[in-house]
Design a protein around this ligand. Structure first.
Ligand SMILES: C[S@@+](CC[C@H](N)C(=O)[O-])C[C@H]1O[C@@H](n2cnc3c(N)ncnc32)[C@H](O)[C@@H]1O
Length: 313
């Protein structure tokens, strides 16, 4: 088994992961924008779709949404705590009978025949966590899709600003008084992070060229000594993702960068918009429109989104 698979499994198997992931949109505005973008795309592209495969479905943000639309969804994930949380939420939503839960790694989809599902989806970077097998994983996801594929992967251009802005996440806090551990930690360590920051051009160039933000050997060593490092994540360039999908025979490909518009707006204004239901709805609608422009897709906040049709012009 590749290191990335083992690291992903250990990280996502932490017992509180399901709970924490299920609460992200109550805390972080960038997650609200990203979820809203993907929801809009899904709900507008369900013609002819009856069966769905959700690869790395997590706590069910999108698999449950589609089961609620009457579709049958296979929810596939490497982490048992995430599956347990997704099942609990699916039961609450009354859609358990339309969902099949499978524990597995995206690196091995050999149990599924070609064109097994009308729609194959995988959101918020599970594909990136299969490094160095990300290309093979995309090919396999396309192989099991019959009509349509929708994915979002880690974005290289979108992620590089993290290396020059350790306090970037603070821009997206919905409530600075939240008890969320990341919010509390980031607020308490803000000054220290600014003081300790030192721009490292070599590191920026290395990540730009490799698509990796971490040092793979250091991450492997941390795993071997029992730590729970963040997954090794491969960050894609837009043209690279487009070419990979094209080479697999995907047609009518479009790319988007959820969060590209929102990241230009300061926290005080974002919070104001989020607190007013009409402005919030308008903002999310405009973000979807702006972030769907292919000229900004690389600057999505965390993710690069792609959709395409299988075997049609
Ligand atoms: C950030 S969460 C996204 C969950 C969901 N797609 C969403 O957008 O809400 C990433 C998910 O990918 C799963 N994952 C990570 N590596 C995986 C792998 N190699 N195979 C299958 N699932 C994986 C994790 O367990 C986690 O549930």
């Amino acid at each position: 088994m590749e290191y990335s698979t083992k690291i992903s499994e250990r990280m996502w198997n932490q017992s509180d992961k399901g709970e924490l992931e299920a609460e992200r949109e109550q805390t972080f505005i960038d997650d609200i924008v990203q979820k809203s973008h993907i929801e809009k795309e899904l709900l507008r592209n369900l013609d002819g779709i009856e069966t769905v495969f959700d690869g790395g479905g997590g706590c069910g943000r999108f698999s449950i949404l589609l089961a609620k639309q009457g579709l049958h969804v296979t929810h596939f994930d490497i982490s048992l705590p995430m599956i347990v949380k997704a099942k609990e939420l699916a039961e609450k939503a009354g859609v358990l009978d339309r969902m099949t839960f499978v524990k597995g790694a995206l690196e091995d989809l050999s149990d599924y025949a070609d064109q097994s599902f009308d729609l194959v989806m995988s959101f918020d970077a599970p594909i990136s966590y299969t490094y160095p097998d990300q290309e093979k994983t995309i090919k396999e996801l396309v192989r099991i899709a019959k009509k349509r594929i929708m994915i979002s992967v880690s974005s290289r251009l979108g992620a590089l600003p993290y290396l020059a802005n350790p306090i970037q996440k603070n821009q997206f806090f919905l409530d600075r008084n939240s008890e969320d551990v990341l919010v509390r930690w980031s607020i308490e360590h803000r000054d220290q992070m600014i003081e300790n920051f030192h721009l490292n051009k070599d590191s920026l160039m290395k990540s730009y060229e490799s698509g990796l933000l971490c040092d793979v050997e250091e991450t492997k060593n941390a795993y071997d000594s029992g730590e729970v490092p963040w997954c090794i994540s491969y960050h894609f360039m837009p043209d690279e993702l487009q070419k990979l999908l094209t080479d697999c025979g995907v047609k009518n490909i479009s790319l988007a960068g959820p969060g590209a518009f929102a990241r230009t707006i300061p926290n005080e204004i974002l919070v104001k918009i989020m607190k007013d239901p009409k402005q919030r709805e308008d903002f999310l609608e405009f973000c979807h429109f702006y972030d769907s422009n292919p000229y900004v897709c690389g600057m999505g906040k965390d993710n690069l989104f792609a959709k395409g049709e299988i075997g049609q012009e």
